[in-house]
Design a protein around this ligand. Structure first.
Ligand SMILES: [Fe+2]
Length: 507
């Protein structure tokens, strides 16, 4: 140990120093006064101190206090020739570790050092344990914070991924309310569109409502109050139980806290997500607000992107329809062919029991089935007579060209198959891929029959139009050869029972 001795009796100080050195403690510094001791303390640190109770410039007890203030853990042994009980008690109360009575022997000093060493060991153990406990507490705190951050990040990632996966605006709003309902304390959610021109709110999606609570669509907002809030820049506003009547006219009495989250595109509100909370009377916790803010911003962006994309696709689709019109306008004999084929195909699909989405696909892609012809020279397309073998080979490329044109249009595989495969034959002798039987996609098989029927009943420069009956006979003749027999049967049923070919006058 490094030991400080404060003793005004130089001889006694030197004797104690010698004792300590004989006991193996070489690093000893002896001071003759309190001020000298304080100066030594400011220069270096000591592991323990021996202090005389009476010093020339200060009282030993005062020095004890000063030393303890400077280094609280350092053991201090008080020394006196005449220790009274009062002094001893006072010294112990002020933190003295032991009392050494003068004159002392080597054995007295050795015993005192043993006690101090033990005290120091206990003190060190105590400090070490306290540090360990402190470190463990800090670690637990950091772990809790880390867990909470990881959990928040995971939820943000989940929200982000869920919204990124949405492909149509039909799915968007139900998914948004579903995601909002998965956040803590949310009991039910509803989403309202706020069209600017009508000034009213329209409920279009809800989650968490029980069958006996059909009132979400019937909530009546007080337009003026909600309008004011929407016009503000607030990311959300919380409406407590007592305020609800100011904002809504017919919300049940049992409703607790509600949160309204405006959704904006470029600062303009277009909708309102309303969440109903249980067990939440005050403001939402910051973590929950962050999750909601993220969900609202991400969803608003998705709505904007989807609207832009749909508008682009709509424009592109419009352009393609115009091209089909332009293409057909060049040929006196094919005017409105695509429109009629689409009509026939949709009707035959109804007879066949196709789903609404399949019929919708036929309406979308049926019109574009010959779009690939814009890649074929006009001289071939509008040639008055029969085509040569080479010219026919060129015309046969139009399904593949058409498929390539619509590849970026976002059509479904079923829709694209109409364009690519409407010249395949049931017996496999068609083009471009030589598919046969049920390997040819169903909607393409329907368009094939509709396409052929319209071609046969249309006038050409080199032949007259067939009558409906003749065309039906031709279809029946090629049943299970060129055409799917089931589709032919449905088509013929449609023509005969529903007055199908009523467009003859337009040709
Ligand atoms: Fe075609």
């Amino acid at each position: 140990m490094k030991i400080l001795i404060v003793e005004d009796d130089r001889m006694l100080g030197e004797l104690l120093q010698e004792c300590l050195q004989r006991l193996g403690h070489e690093r000893v510094r002896a001071c003759l006064s309190g001020s000298e001791a304080m100066s030594a303390m400011s220069e270096e640190s000591f592991d323990c101190a021996f202090v005389d109770l009476r010093l020339p410039d200060t009282d030993g007890l005062q020095l004890l206090t000063a030393l303890k203030d400077n280094n609280h853990g350092m053991p201090v042994v008080m020394m006196s020739g005449f220790p009274t009980m009062d002094y001893t008690i006072m010294a112990m109360r002020q933190g003295a570790s032991d009392f050494l009575t003068k004159p002392f022997t080597l054995q007295d000093v050795a015993l005192t050092l043993q006690r101090i060493t033990k005290e120091r060991q206990l003190l060190e153990q105590n400090i070490s344990l306290r540090l360990e406990v402190q470190a463990r507490k800090e670690l637990e705190h950091v772990n809790r914070k880390l867990e909470s951050t990881v959990s928040e990040q995971t939820r943000l990632f989940h929200i982000s991924r869920e919204i990124d996966e949405i492909r149509s605006s039909d799915d968007l709003y139900p998914r948004i309310v579903q995601l909002a309902s998965s956040l803590d304390s949310v009991e039910k959610v509803a989403f309202y569109l706020a069209p600017r021109d009508t000034g009213s709110f329209v409920g279009i999606a809800a989650f968490g409502w029980r069958p006996e609570e059909p009132w979400f669509q019937e909530i009546s907002f007080r337009e003026d109050k909600m309008g004011q809030l929407l016009a503000s820049d607030a990311s959300h506003f919380l409406i407590g139980h007592e305020q609800i009547r100011q904002f809504f006219e017919n919300v049940p009495q049992t409703t607790q806290t509600m949160s309204c989250w405006p959704m904006r595109i470029r600062g303009e509100p277009f909708g309102l997500l309303v969440t109903f909370h249980t067990n939440c009377s005050g403001p939402l916790p910051p973590e929950q607000r962050r999750l909601f803010d993220f969900l609202i911003k991400k969803a608003s962006l998705a709505v904007e992107n989807m609207a832009l994309y749909e508008s682009l696709i709509c424009n592109f689709y419009g352009i393609l329809r115009s091209l089909v019109n332009a293409l057909e306008a060049k040929d006196l004999y094919t005017g409105k062919h695509s429109e009629r084929v689409t009509h026939y195909a949709a009707k035959a699909a109804e007879v066949l029991g196709c789903s609404n989405s399949q019929i919708e696909s036929l309406r979308t892609a049926g019109y574009l089935h010959d779009i690939g012809k814009i890649g074929i020279q006009d001289s071939i397309l509008t040639k008055p007579g029969a085509l040569t073998a080479e010219e026919y080979e060129i015309v046969k490329k139009h399904p593949v060209i058409g498929d390539s044109i619509v590849s970026e249009l976002g059509l479904s595989p079923e829709e694209r198959s109409i364009i690519r495969h409407h010249h395949e034959r049931w017996d496999g002798a068609g083009y471009p891929d030589g598919l046969s039987g049920s390997a040819i996609p169903m909607l393409a098989r329907i368009v094939t029959v509709a396409d052929s029927f319209d071609a046969m009943t249309s006038k050409r420069s080199y032949r007259k139009a067939m009558s409906t009956e003749e065309a039906v006979q031709e279809l029946l003749k090629n049943r299970a050869r060129q055409f799917d027999p089931e589709v032919v049967d449905a088509f013929v049923y449609f023509i005969k029972t529903m007055g199908g070919n009523n467009d003859q006058s337009q040709k």
